[in-house]
Design a binder for this molecule. Sequence first.
Ligand code: CUK
Ligand code: CUA
Length: 680
Amino acid sequence: MKGIKRLLALLPVFLLAMAPVCFTSCKNSGSEKEAGDQGTAAVDIPASVEEIAVARGLSPKDVIAALKTYIPSGKYDDYVMFASGGHSGQVFVIGVPSMRLLKAIAVFTPEPWQGWATGSLESQEILSQGDMPRGINKKLTWADVHHPSLSETNGDYDGQFLFVNDKANARVAVIDLRDFETKQIIKNPNTISDHGASFVTPNTEYVIETTQYSAPLPFDEYAGMDEYKEKYRGLITFHKFDREKGRIDESQSFSIELPPYWQDLCDAGKKVSEGWAFCNSINSEMATGGINEGNPPYEAGISQKEADYLHVFNWKKAEEVYKQGKAKKLNGMSIIPLDTAIAEGLLYFMTVPKSPHGVDVSPNGNFIVASGKLDTHATVYSFEKIMDAIKNNKVEGKDAFGVPILNFSDVMEKQVEIGLGPLHTQFDNAGNAYTSVFVESTLAKWKLGPPDYDGPDAWTVVEKMPVQYNIGHVVCAEGDTVAPDGKYCVALNKWSIDRFLPVGPLHPQNFQLIDISGKNMQLLYDMPIGVGEPHYVQMIKADKLKPWIVYPEVGFNPMTMSVDPEAASVGNERIVRNGDTVEVWMSVIRSHFNPEHISVKEGDKVIMHLTNVERARDATHGFAIDGYNVNLSLEPGESSTVEFTADKPGVYPFYCTEFCSALHLEMMGYLLVQPKQPKS
Ligand code: CUK
Ligand code: CUA
């Protein structure tokens, strides 16, 4: 208990220091002032804190952890995490260090609270951009989000945009961080699954996406397994990002054809290695599985060889080759053929031992860290040595497709003994790397080597910490940028097993917050994630985000990010019939809709333009039509359009789904649908 006593001795000082802050900042609200007074007036707190700690069985370490994560009411977090939502098709926004969930951004999946694809034309249009191409009759209503990627300027997060991929269907989405809404979904027309996505180049020139499971090119071209080597292909796509428009421009994007290995994670080079990109792969065996036909299963077939290929791309040069017109068009996308890529020096391989997965470039761009899932090492490659090997043709051979393989001993800098099953690596501001070790369930902290870190313990593990359990990715504060912050890492554990109250056989994942600011790592907090399956996460300094508090003007359309010419406005509300079409301009404000009665005939097409004309922060209204499967979210200033056929006669209340005011229940109206034939 000695530790607690010491800690508690400091508390009065802490409270005194806090008191004036509260008195000035709480002045304008009577009730808040009272609350503040109560807090500071309680002079007995130190004793009672000790009692609480004892009563709750908290150790001094626990109390320290609690103090490090606690954010008082009304105060904000220092960092924000953007977590992939896995098969929820969403992105989770989480504050650090409190680990409070701030939002789930709807991306690929309908989400009623945000009115995402539950009636609004705008969101439906964005979601349908991601439909299967060429009229393939499949609406996609879920996705497997793996890797969020924040937009970067000079290799550092700039807080403007977020990109995420859909592994299940090879799609990439663009989220605008002014309003935290999805603006665009791109379906890659030629490939059906991806994984090495989304990763941006240092100035967000391109969003990188690689195929995971090879298929014929394009994927809806049939070829049997016996034609695997001839017909199946991988693909890397560089989606051109137009920052001005906030959209990917497919007319300026290009792909490079790749051998039918299963391309995996990527990272873009930075600083010295800017202009290059690195992607891992597995299945250099080109195993075709078939356990049901008496063949070795994929897991065995793919792990036969000792090593697979890390792909090294010269994307700056590939851009030139594409601009010279050396790419071929396939379904509207430009693809640089594999032969051309080899001849032009756009692609090289390096061998990586034992089923590689993650690849991460160190902050200065000097080192490329690759990890084999069945290895005990992280293999570190030197960018300088890679350049030298390419220049001086230090190759150990070519793969079955003619891609030059750089001589392993010439490009490898170090193999660092990490532990069994290393996956992903992040960095801090003191020359440390943090690698997730899946099989061991640990987080390994190790030292880089010169020139990034010069010390007797270079290239060695300095600390290992158990995590609960089966860690996939790890994220550290800005830990994949040119300027990591240190401070925090979060272990993104696949299994939680016994960490939380049981909630049935489907267990949450476990995000574990770790303080890395001290000499030793300290576990601070377990956060259950009871939605989807997060994979990668990025953590950005909160003050880099500058989101809007309300939409900048009344009548704002989030899809065009400008005032909608069709937006309804106060004094201009109306219902106009034109043949069988009834068009409605409706204003929305606490606590009424105008108009409140909408009378149509069975079979009419109804188009409604709704504008929330409020300017007050958080004065959001919903708009649901009972029985018509409609729910919109109208944030202050937002305009939205809903279209439907009034195919069911009868009386359908519409109402506001956000508890917006004391008279929120009264915020309603009626859709009256007259039958074509009166009932006899
Ligand atoms: S992957 Cu999930 S743990 Cu898709 Cu980044 Cu490695
Ligand atoms: Cu508007 Cu409730």
